[in-house]
Design a binder for this molecule. Structure first.
Ligand code: BDP
Length: 682
């Protein structure tokens, strides 16, 4: 079915009739599982697009073929490959080159390694699906980020924390799912966009999942790892820091205790006996009631390094999360600021982590809100590996009922200049390792998939998974390019389809922002499940998530001069920009400043009028999304058309609720009327 295949649709394709002989023969120069996966994919793609079953041969008898092999092969190395190109290409890279031999087109697909071949095949198939000219291909490509990872928040009972697309594809009722086909389909989807690592269980590791690292479950983990391995993907597990106590029978999990160190060494060795290329651990410690080194008076470097030492001999890594803050804080104390927590905890530990530890940092200092500044921790630790974490699953951005294409948001994060080494120190250069020469780094995303037939609940949310992979591979791609690639492969290349869906995707983040929490203030959601408006739901609670609205004004004063001093965590250029009302961008105004409702934004509007305007506009724009989609009736298969239509209808209804709750709330707080006299429930 189309909705299951996502962007690997391989629809009938008539764009290459002149070169059809090309597709009749595939020359294969490898045999590893990854290589085979590449060859099979190419075969499937060709058969489905051109109705030809290609012959698979070890040598070409005549010209007119697609050649699959590695750069070492003399057919490539001895002939067209330039020395410079070979040096340029890193381990997962490749070359794709078209050559005409005896009047016939041949395409050479040559990876640095077998993994490179796999990625190159998917690249080539993408070009074909997009009907690009393939007669003069000369592509030299490799991923910018070394680690391109998906974090699953799947629990072994089959539920998914913050999952909006059905149940887990890995687990049910405390066990691994026996049928593995769906995992294989998933591995294919991930590999097609270049993902090379996956952690399969929730960062909140409860009792059952704690045992994933024991012999009870390792045979299953190994099988799943085998499925992923064939697609070039390494498997990781989230672990419980208190495992030595909970499953090891020790009385402590203190990282400096020799018996604890021994226990982890033994445990890790056993994991590698099942999974020789196991990736390593993802760790949420001392956060939201999870155990960690703080219990023993140790810091997070002590905590992470102990695990790193156990993993080191096997080439494994520790992915240590920086989402560490006090979730029990006194809301009455306006000087405490949750936004400061990650930096305060980790920055002083710069250089103290082992080389196989990576710190995983959420894009913003709070928690995946629709709008946040970039975390000041990026660039602040030149001697410690860093990994960017974004949330593909739409916890705070409409939970896959609302359309919210997140690539534009992630682009802003990647392009943000930290000034860590002066101008031009963008986040993308921190996490690709180039700014500080990190040994490990990259980008990870919290998964948005489940066992829903279309994977992501909202069919258009497939674009977020696709976009995440593409950006992690090539952060310089634009949101427009990514949207277009995805649409053409998923819905075909009818210009109207491409035009309308592009507009829908590219406008959607701003639209969602318009009718939800204004100007970077965040958190006006229902506590717990985080869906729908709740103006004061988090206001008088211990989570550290406030907007401080009163009759006079709104916003969090995070300035050095009069507030929490958070702005000081940025490098001077950014600190100055956020500190001053004159230079703080409108969209983040209430994140950094507490201002009266009558304060004038740079746009010229007052804060209160901006709130009214954006909320009225947001609902109209949500209606527009539906109108655009309705224009595509008949151009999109009925099933996907109806599914999306249904969600867009819900989105409008819920956007109205947001609008009315937010507008009414601010009217009642401020007593100021909408200058255009629109309906506000008073
Ligand atoms: C928050 C989620 C929570 C996660 C936490 C995390 O609400 O479910 O456990 O992040 O990242 O956004 O650890």
């Amino acid at each position: 079915e189309l909705y299951e295949r996502c962007w690997l649709r391989y629809d009938k394709n008539e764009a290459y009739q002149e070169n059809e002989s090309l597709f009749a023969t595939i020359v294969i120069k490898g045999a590893s599982p990854v290589f085979r996966a590449a060859a099979v994919e190419l075969e499937i793609g060709i058969t489905s697009m051109f109705g030809i079953r290609p012959q698979i041969v070890p040598h070409a008898e005549q010209s007119g073929f697609i050649w699959l092999g590695t750069l070492e092969d003399e057919e490539v190395n001895g002939s067209f490959l330039r020395k410079k190109e070979e040096e340029l290409i890193r381990s997962e890279g490749y070359v794709i080159r078209s050559l005409v031999k005896n009047g016939r087109l041949c395409v050479y697909i040559a990876g640095k390694t077998d993994k490179g071949v796999l990625y190159a095949v998917f690249h080539f198939l993408r070009l074909l699906q997009m009907k690009e000219n393939i007669e003069r291909l000369s592509i030299v490509e490799h991923p910018k980020n070394e680690l391109r990872m998906i974090n699953h928040w799947d629990n072994m009972d089959g539920s998914i924390e913050r999952g909006y697309a059905g149940r887990s594809i890995f687990f049910e009722s405390g066990q691994f799912i026996k049928k593995r086909q769906r995992m294989k389909d998933y591995a294919r989807l991930l590999a097609s966009v270049g993902i090379n690592a996956v952690s399969i269980n929730n960062v909140n590791v409860h009792e059952t999942e704690t045992k994933l690292i024991t012999e009870k479950f390792l045979p299953d983990v190994a099988e799943v790892a085998g499925i992923f391995r064939a697609y070039g993907i390494k498997t990781f597990l989230s672990i419980n820091y208190a495992s030595p106590i909970e499953i090891g029978g020790l009385s402590t999990a203190d990282p400096l205790d020799p018996s604890v160190q021994q226990w982890w060494k033994k445990t890790v060795a056993q994991i590698y006996s099942y999974i020789p290329d196991f990736g390593g651990f993802v760790v949420k410690a001392d956060s939201e009631f999870r155990p960690g080194p703080f219990t023993y008076g140790r810091n997070h470097a002590d905590g992470a390094n102990m695990l790193a030492e156990a993993l080191e001999p096997f080439g494994g890594i520790v992915i240590w999360r920086c989402f560490v803050y006090n979730c029990q804080q006194d809301w009455r104390d306006r000087t405490i600021d949750r936004a400061k927590a990650a930096y305060d905890h980790f920055k002083p530990l710069n250089g103290q982590f082992h080389s196989n530890v990576i710190l995983q940092i959420k894009n913003g200092p709070m928690d995946f809100q629709v709008r946040e500044p970039v975390s000041p921790l990026f660039g602040a630790m030149p001697k410690t590996n860093q990994l960017l974490e974004v949330q593909i699953t739409q916890e705070y951005t409409g939970q896959q009922k609302h359309l919210c294409f997140l690539v534009p948001q992630w682009k802003e994060v990647l392009e943000f200049d930290t000034y860590a080494k002066g101008k031009g120190s963008e986040v993308k250069k921190v996490i690709d390792g180039s700014l500080f020469g990190y040994l490990y780094s990259g980008m990870t995303g919290v998964s948005n998939i489940g066992d829903d037939p279309n994977w992501t609940g909202h069919t258009l949310a497939q674009a977020n998974l696709y976009g995440f992979g593409r950006l992690a591979w090539a952060p310089d791609l634009s949101a427009e390019e990514i949207a277009k690639e995805w649409i053409v492969q998923t819905f075909g290349d009818d210009p109207q389809v491409v035009e309308q869906i592009s507009r829908m995707l590219l406008d959607s983040w701003r639209i969602y922002e318009n009718y939800t929490a204004p100007l970077g203030v965040g958190w006006m959601v229902n506590p717990g499940h985080h869906y729908g408006p709740n103006v004061d739901g988090y206001e008088y609670s211990h989570w550290g998530t406030y907007h401080y609205a009163d009759r006079d004004g709104i916003g969090v004063d995070r300035t050095i001069a009069t507030g929490t001093g958070y702005t000081a965590q940025y490098f001077p250029e950014n600190a100055a920009m956020y500190e001053s009302l004159d230079t703080c961008p409108d969209e983040l105004l209430l994140f950094f400043h507490h201002v009266p409702y009558t304060y004038h934004l740079k746009s010229g509007e007052t804060v209160i009028q901006h709130i009214y305007n954006s909320h009225f506009d947001g609902v109209e724009q949500a209606k527009q999304l539906k109108k655009r989609w309705e224009q595509l009736k008949g151009k999109i298969d009925e099933k996907r058309y109806m599914d999306v239509l249904e969600r867009l209808t819900i989105q409008i209804e819920h956007a109205k609720e947001w609008r009315d709750v937010i507008n009414t709330y601010f009217y009642r707080k401020s007593g100021i009327d909408d200058q255009y006299g629109r309906t506000i429930y008073k």
